[in-house]
Design a protein around this ligand. Structure first.
Ligand SMILES: C[S@@+](CC[C@H](N)C(=O)[O-])C[C@H]1O[C@@H](n2cnc3c(N)ncnc32)[C@H](O)[C@@H]1O
Length: 277
């Protein structure tokens, strides 16, 4: 009886999957949402200061060499690091964010581009940072893969790529957002089953109400797991030592790997580029 019910569910979900949006179409839709969401949040990202972990990150990893701040928004980190004497370049896909960053920090280099395809030479940066969940804003598997390849390509031998990512298994506020989205997912599945046209969101994707600036459009995030990040690294053909670690372990330089289903708010993917060919 149980297995017949399971078969029925599997067949049903497969039928729904067949009717989902194409990956490219979904990517376009979320990029358009991101465009208005992050344009509405420039007030926050243009004025907020460094988090304590970022102050320490700069001291541990950023004092020497050139830093790329990928997905810099309105330049929160870029501006503060440059003011501390760091050599840093900020890039973002959002034109409004880059315009705000240039006004806030006129002497700092900002480039309006996607981190999935960057206009830099290979090995230009010693520290490649993708901080505060910019990676979670990437809507498709292909874009996440291309981005990891690009972050790795522009990192110099002996350098390090750091990607900070939201955790799917976090049980705090994100857990609540996740639960709300799972209910939404179920409602859409039922709606589609009845002939409606609204697709469920892909796995581990969430939509949330903007919480940094009043009146900004809703935001999107793809919540990751530690295993997913490591699988992406392998699929991207990255040959360096990859670890997914916690904020504390990153900052005390032990880089102890997190458990696959840890409950922390965030995690850090660390890619070490050795000097070996
Ligand atoms: C949560 S904000 C973080 C901003 C900044 N890293 C900080 O810590 O203040 C995410 C940023 O990622 C940017 N982003 C999203 N997709 C991107 C892409 N493909 N290339 C570059 N930036 C992107 C968004 O435009 C947004 O400014």
């Amino acid at each position: 009886m149980r297995s017949r019910r399971l078969d029925w569910c599997t067949r049903w979900v497969r039928r729904l999957d067949d009717r989902q949006l194409s990956e490219a179409g979904y990517g376009r839709m979320i990029r358009a949402l991101n465009e208005v969401h992050y344009a509405g949040e420039t007030g926050f990202y243009g004025t907020a200061s460094l988090r304590p972990c970022e102050e320490r990150l700069f001291e541990r990893y950023g004092r020497h060499g050139r830093i790329l701040d990928a997905g810099c928004g309105a330049g929160r980190v870029t501006r503060a690091v440059a003011a501390r004497g760091g050599d840093i370049v900020g890039i973002d896909i959002n034109g409004a964010a880059i315009a705000a960053a240039r006004i806030a920090a006129p002497g700092v280099e900002f480039v309006h581009t996607s981190m999935a395809q960057m206009p830099f030479r290979a090995e230009e940066f010693t520290n490649v940072w993708c901080l505060r969940f910019s990676f979670n804003a990437l809507p498709t598997y292909q874009e996440r893969l291309n981005t990891l390849r690009e972050l790795w390509r522009v990192c110099a031998p002996g350098g390090v790529v750091l990607v900070e990512a939201f955790n799917w298994y976090h049980r705090g506020r994100l857990g609540l957002v996740r639960a709300a989205n799972l209910l939404d997912h179920l409602a859409r599945m039922l709606h589609r089953h009845g002939g409606g046209r609204s697709s469920p969101l892909p796995r581990r994707d969430i939509l949330y109400l903007a919480n940094k600036t009043e009146g900004a459009a809703p935001g999107y995030a793809h919540l990751t797991t530690a295993s997913e990040l490591l699988r992406l690294v392998t699929a991207a053909g990255i040959s360096g030592n990859a670890t997914v670690t916690s904020e504390e372990a990153l900052l005390d330089c032990t880089r102890t790997p997190v458990r696959p289903r840890h409950g922390r708010y965030s995690m850090w993917l660390v890619l070490n580029k050795t000097g070996d060919p």
